[in-house]
Design a binder for this molecule. Structure first.
Ligand code: 7ML
Ligand code: ZN
Length: 863
């Protein structure tokens, strides 16, 4: 087992770096990396260089080859023993990009070279102090065969290029901004490009380029347009301008994550770049714009101001997610965006916070940092940044951001530095915000209302608590901005919207001149990442669904009503669904609601949401029972409201004479609602499936084609096979579309799905070495197929265990993502609990397990 690393043990590096010169002689199996680094002593001690999987060729200090007694070589790095005050270290290493299936460091994707260095990939390229608080300027020379690698890219500005002997050529790059090595990037290969330009608010001209394989270059226009919108938005909203003259994006097929913000040279998973209406869904379009924004925004929140150490990851990620959320909200519907973000948080982050992997947004310890790129660090981290925004307002938040950059540009800092900038810029004491960084677990906010008719006063009493989590049992109270309003029984406000500041464990707020018994609208816009507990009846939810003048809360009420109904159905299958039937009927009939909001409110809560709600009052659960109850509610609503769904389905259908696809927000919203209706209707089976089949046949865009295929995928329907075959034949040449094809089959609730997945693993387009394929087939089975994953014989768990063991040898990061599906065995009913635990134990006992997987497995098994 690898050692645990603690935040409290942080020490400054012994040496700072002035400048790094790198030279790469690229070769698939033996790339020669020459590094020349100027070091300066900052404090006593040896120079500790990280390095993994490197073949050391030579090492020289100020030109003199080091004697074996002057350094120590071990499997995690190299120690230079007591070197002088300042010196230059020259090191030559050999690496093998072709054999690199972990996709960390320098590797090959579709015959091209690319890198991924965050968090600790640079140590797989050369020996270096691989830590973000070591910042330096970089010069890079790349030498490669010209015919196979006409394009040679690195960070910063191109300096020089030319031809060499033997059909080789070279390019030199210089990045003038000091950066940590995790932002280093290199790309080489046979790539096409599109180019555009952007003029900054101060009048500087920036060249923008997107690179990818030639046959995809026509699918990069939307990404380019998104980039320009992101650049303009960051200037308008935050006054932040781009700093180099060149900004490049490269799209590759083999990538562990979504994308990476390397200085001046962002590298993207191709699924987050390529878009055409035939191949990308509307959701894909919105995601591409958001991620292009996210990586671009990192240039200031991450690159210009970076993290002192990896415990501070949320400093850059929480803040940058907040910024990309605001970007999308400003470009599209703010309410829809808020709903989507909260849905994601509640479905995945709340579950993580209740799991053995629960950790604060700033963890106090870790074994493998790659395991902490989590929904907690990212999404809860963004919620915590949003708390400052709620507390300080847009202007106060902006003042805090300005001071943060004024103080820390060019530095590697901590979350405390961010907190201080926000507090100092606004003359506020925000010290209680620190609790959000230090404690894990989702806070509970229990609220009760007391109305006094004679005094016309209403008192809200709020009690906060937080369940015990691995890092601590005792919890300090949080600072919670609690946005509320009080409504009368026709939806008029009795007390206008206000934000109550909760600071204590228990606190009361009294409102005057309240003329009738109010219905409270609580936690508006989800003003804090807490679990609200208030004793609403189903009738209250139905009322709020219709009359709350906060759009987010109307959605939240619909979700709560559906969850409450599902839980009642579990307890008693004969429970009346009259209230939700009526409420949904009124919802569909409401002509004032934009279609996307209607679609959101009609979408039933995720199973994960329902599970969390169930576990609020039970120790264990049977996911299959919860799934079946949700399915029954869906079918029941579809049956009762069939005419309404059908009418709306037809009303939302768009026709165009020339077969062009309308990508306006309005058209996207209509497709959203159309396909939510289709999903309800298809749940009824039989002739309703013809509707889906017709849509599949006639669709001219991926949104409708995919939604129809997904609707068919769960049904034993004569044309199901035929549709899947047609889709495969149409899209076998488009890797990212094939991922949808794999995914839709892996998520199918039909019996025998697991056998089918075994067959699909042999499909020529499937590869265990490609993370997108693994996520599409194996990830989808574990995450989006509760019925088959939780099969009563344990076959689903064993399949995931087999897959994890196979993957761990190729790509530990991906194996470690998949293994989390087995982590929550303690929450299952006894039979499944034992089966899942034994699958996990089989992994734990395997030889040569990676540190990545071992950390998750050990935490889950309580080691
Ligand atoms: C977040 C990323 C990583 C890991 C991208 C890798 C990143 C680290 C990188 C929001 C949108 C798209 C991708 C990600 C994400 C997990 C998620 N620095 O920029 O954060
Ligand atoms: Zn990021």
């Amino acid at each position: 087992m690898n050692p645990t690393i603690y935040l409290k043990d942080y020490k400054n590096p012994n040496f700072s770096v002035k400048h790094v010169s790198l030279c790469f002689e690229l070769n698939p199996e033996k790339t020669v990396v020459t590094s020349s680094v100027r070091y300066e002593r900052q404090q006593d001690g040896d120079l500790l260089l990280d390095g993994e999987g490197l073949a050391l060729q030579s090492i020289a200090l100020d030109g003199n080859t080091l004697d074996k007694s002057q350094y120590e070589l071990h499997d995690k790095g190299l120690t230079i023993i007591n070197p002088p005050q300042s010196f230059t270290l020259d090191i030559i290493t050999h690496i093998n990009p072709q054999a690199n299936t972990a996709l960390e460091g320098l590797y090959r994707s579709s015959g091209n070279y690319c890198t991924q260095c965050e968090a600790q990939g640079f140590r797989r390229i050369t020996y270096y102090q691989d830590r973000p608080d070591v910042m330096a300027t970089f010069s890079v020379e790349i030498i490669a065969d010209k015919a196979t690698n006409p394009v040679l890219l690195s960070n910063g500005n191109p300096v020089e290029s030319g031809n060499l002997d033997d059909g080789k050529h070279y390019a030199k790059w210089h990045d003038p901004f000091p950066k940590p090595c995790y932002l280093f990037a290199l790309v080489a290969g046979d790539l096409a490009q599109v180019e555009d330009r952007f003029t900054t608010q101060s009048g500087r001209n920036i060249t923008l380029q997107i690179y990818t394989e030639a046959h995809h270059i026509h699918q990069c226009d939307f990404a380019m347009a998104s980039l320009k919108r992101a650049m303009a938005w960051d200037e308008q909203r935050f006054g932040l301008e781009y700093d180099l003259d060149l900004f490049m994006i490269v799209a590759v097929d083999d990538f562990n994550m979504g994308a990476m913000e390397n200085k001046g040279l962002n590298i993207f998973n191709s699924r987050l770049v390529f878009a055409s209406p035939e191949t990308a869904t509307d959701d894909d379009y919105i995601a591409i714009e958001a991620v292009i924004g996210h990586e671009y925004f990192h240039n200031w929140t991450g690159n210009r101001v970076t993290c002192r150490d990896w415990f501070q990851l949320s400093l850059k990620e929480g803040l940058t997610v907040f910024r990309d959320q605001e970007f999308t909200a400003d470009m599209h519907s703010r309410a829809v965006k808020r709903i989507e973000d909260v849905r994601l948080l509640r479905a995945h982050q709340f579950a993580e916070d209740a799991s053995p992997m629960a950790h604060p947004i700033r963890p106090a310890s870790f074994v493998e940092i790659n395991n902490f790129y989590t929904v907690t660090v990212y999404e809860k981290g963004a919620e915590v940044v949003r708390l400052y925004h709620s507390l300080l307002g847009e202007q106060g938040f902006r003042k805090g951001m300005d001071l943060y950059f004024e103080r820390h540009d060019g530095q590697a800092v901590t979350t405390e530095d961010f907190l201080s900038a926000m507090a100092d810029a606004n003359n506020r004491d925000l010290s209680q915000m620190q609790t959000w960084y230090e404690q894990a677990g989702t806070p509970r906010l229990k609220v009760s209302l007391d109305y006094n008719k004679s005094s016309q006063t209403c008192t809200l009493t709020c009690e906060q608590s937080c369940p015990a989590t691995p890092e601590s049992k005792e919890k300090k109270p949080y600072l919670i901005p609690f946005k509320i309003a009080l409504l009368d029984d026709s939806g008029n406000t009795l007390a206008d919207e206000s934000t109550l500041l909760i600071t204590k464990e228990k606190q009361s707020f009294t409102f005057e001149n309240i003329s009738s018994q109010p219905i409270p609208s609580l936690l508006r816009d989800f003003s804090a990442p807490v679990l609200l507990e208030y004793d609403y009846s189903d009738k209250d939810y139905a009322f709020l669904m219709q009359f709350d003048n906060n759009a987010f809360n109307r959605w939240a009420a619909a979700q709560a009503l559906a969850t409450s109904t599902v839980l009642s159905l579990v307890e008693n299958p004969d429970t009346s669904t009259r209230i939700i039937n009526h409420a949904f009927k009124a919802l569909i009939a409401n002509t004032n609601l934009e279609p996307a909001l209607k679609a959101k409110a009609l979408s039933l809560p995720s199973l994960s949401d329902i599970q969390e709600a169930w576990l609020n009052t039970h120790d264990t659960m049977n996911p299959v029972v919860l799934f079946e109850a949700k399915k029954r509610l869906k079918q029941n609503l579809a049956k009762v409201l069939q005419a309404e769904f059908l009418n709306t389905y037809q009303a939302m259908q768009q026709t165009s004479d020339d077969d062009t696809v309308d990508l306006s927000d309005k058209a996207m919203q209509q497709r959203k609602l159309q396909n939510v209706c289709l999903s309800y209707l298809a749940s009824l089976g039989s002739d309703m499936l013809d509707l889906a089949y017709d849509q599949f046949e006639s669709a001219n865009n991926m949104t409708n084609q995919y939604a129809a295929l997904a609707a068919l995928s769960h049904q034993d329907y004569p044309q199901r096979e035929q549709s899947l075959k047609a889709f495969e034949a149409q899209w076998e040449g488009e890797a990212n579309v094939m991922d949808k094809w794999f995914g839709v089959q892996a998520a199918s609730s039909l019996p025998n799905t697991l056998n089918h997945i075994q067959t699909l693993k042999q499909h020529p387009k499937f590869s265990m070495k490609n993370p997108n394929k693994v996520r599409a087939l194996i990830g989808a089975f574990a995450m989006r197929n509760p019925l088959n994953f939780h099969a009563e014989d344990g076959s689903g768990y064993q399949f995931i265990a087999d897959s994890v063991l196979e993957l761990d040898k190729l790509n530990p990061q991906i194996a470690s993502r998949i293994v989390r599906a087995l982590m929550d065995w303690k929450r299952l009913e006894p039979t499944r609990q034992a089966l899942m635990k034994s699958a996990l134990e089989r992994i734990a006992n395997a030889q040569g397990l990676s540190g990545d997987v071992a950390e998750i497995v050990n935490k889950s098994l309580g080691g």
